[in-house]
Write a protein that binds this ligand. Structure first.
Ligand code: DLL
Length: 434
């Protein structure tokens, strides 16, 4: 079903006029209220009144995650704090997290955009929808929650509940739709098999998965093992959370909510705009957000724009499934993590070198992470089991306390991790299949 027919099926010309009108209002707002944008435009001599068409957008400078981090916590908000009714944040890297504020109107729009995502996957007011995203600072849990209420379905906020409990709820409450990461869906299918439970006993018919990369192969596996139809959806906290782009019943690319976000694809090296069909970095501009508007935000996600119309009837353009990142960001069980975060922690521990390798693998759908760390040459304790264990524990605890990351720690001898010709260690070895 198409939730917002008027906007999702708008003639392209009308959509473009709407976009330009909303973009100009947003540019005025950020120029007036956000010193980062005002300084940026003043420095580059840009007059925002020059931006009269979508093509003119090329004149606007980009915004990066680093810019937003520097605005910690509230500098990039475009309204006074008293008008903000919700605050989310991205996980911090070695520095500050990005803090995102929503006004009451932003939340209303967010619910509507998530309602579009759910409706496109065939969910209606009759569904019982179990949300297995954490209800936390990240946007998955609460973002979906209000969208489910918006379509009048019943929401089961299972959040981070333990997996057997999740399955019990699914069985007893006759959950018809699951919203989670694709990895979690695979985990859910592995557990009943171990416990002699049959997925057929569940009433699930549809799954909506996102927040991390996944492949067509993984979709087939989830669908056949859970006996459901699985849909992809994409979003990021800085731009809004879930609700940015989503698959319809054709499942051939993700429709962007273009009446709220302008999407571009650029070459991450030359920063030139790429034509539809060419792969590059996704860039989003928000055109209705009040609390935390973003102009030409570089996401680091790699995709391309599909220009051909879709037979579902929506006229909004689609992006291809996300195929990777321009940076070294990893997504571990739906949480974003940069190697630099780990490096910063290791610097604090005496006796280890900041030389390490992260090995990512998947077991029964869940991500497992191993951290191999080289110790300094004077740490000759490999034969003192207790000392080694104590040391491993110290690193393990630090990762849990600071990054919420449960990793297996392996200590290795100096220079044992292998270097490239340039002397660098390849930081991440990702053995998960996508
Ligand atoms: O993951 C928002 C979200 C929640 C989207 C639930 C969908 C469902 P962040 O935690 O800020 O926000 O992470 C955003 O996750 O830049 C991508 O790298 C990655 N990502 C999100 N959705 C997909 C997807 C939420 N469908 C980052 N495929 C983004 C691949 C995805 N990667």
């Amino acid at each position: 079903m198409i939730y917002s027919k008027e906007f999702e099926t708008m003639e392209h010309e009308d959509l473009e006029s709407l976009q330009i009108e909303r973009l100009q209002a947003t540019l005025n707002r950020v120029y007036r209220n956000v010193s980062f944008y005002r300084n940026l435009y003043d420095e580059t001599g840009l007059e925002i009144s020059e931006i009269k068409s979508i093509d003119d957008m090329a004149k606007l400078p980009f915004t990066t995650k680093d810019d937003l981090r520097k605005s910690y916590p509230y500098e990039a908000f475009a309204v006074p704090l008293r008008d903000i009714v919700r605050i989310h944040s991205t996980s911090g890297t070695s520095g500050n997290p990005v803090v995102v504020g929503y006004t009451g109107n932003d939340l209303k729009i967010w619910s509507e955009l998530v309602a579009r995502v759910l409706s496109a996957a065939g969910m209606t007011g009759h569904d019982l929808i179990q949300i297995a995203f954490n209800y936390s600072q990240s946007t998955g849990g609460l973002g979906f929650h209000y969208g489910v209420e918006q379509i009048g379905a019943s929401v089961i906020p299972a959040s981070g509940e333990e997996v057997l409990k999740q399955i019990q709820i699914m069985k007893d409450y006759r959950t018809s739709a699951l919203v989670s990461t694709p990895g979690y869906a695979l985990h859910i299918v592995s557990v009943p098999e171990e416990n002699n439970m049959d997925p057929q006993e569940l009433n699930l018919s549809v799954g909506l998965f996102g927040s991390e990369p996944w492949s067509e192969k993984m979709r087939i596996e989830i669908e056949s093992r859970l006996k459901i139809k699985a849909f992809d959806n994409y979003g990021l906290s800085e731009v809004m959370g879930p609700g940015v782009a989503f698959e319809c019943e054709e499942r051939d690319g993700l429709h962007v909510n273009e009446d709220h976000f302008i999407v571009e694809v650029i070459d991450p090296e030359t920063l030139q705009i790429l034509p539809p069909g060419e792969k590059g970095e996704l860039v989003f501009t928000t055109i209705t957000k009040q609390g935390f508007p973003l102009i030409r935000y570089r996401t680091g996600d790699i995709s391309s724009i599909v220009e051909e119309s879709c037979s579902c009837g929506r006229t909004t353009r689609r992006i291809k499934r996300i195929s990777g990142r321009t940076d070294d960001m990893m997504i571990v069980d739906g949480n974003n993590l940069f190697p630099s975060q780990i490096e910063a922690l290791l610097f604090e521990i005496e006796g280890v070198e900041p030389h390490f390798k992260i090995i990512l693998d998947r077991d029964e759908g869940l991500d497992i992470i191993e951290l191999k760390v080289e110790v300094t040459p004077d740490f000759i304790a490999f034969d003192e089991i207790r000392k080694v264990q104590k040391f491993q524990n110290k690193i393990r605890q630090l990762l849990i306390n600071r990054l919420g990351l449960h990793a297996k720690i392996t200590l290795t001898e100096p220079n044992s991790l292998g270097r490239t010709d340039g002397g660098k260690i390849k930081r991440v070895l990702d053995l998960r299949f996508f």
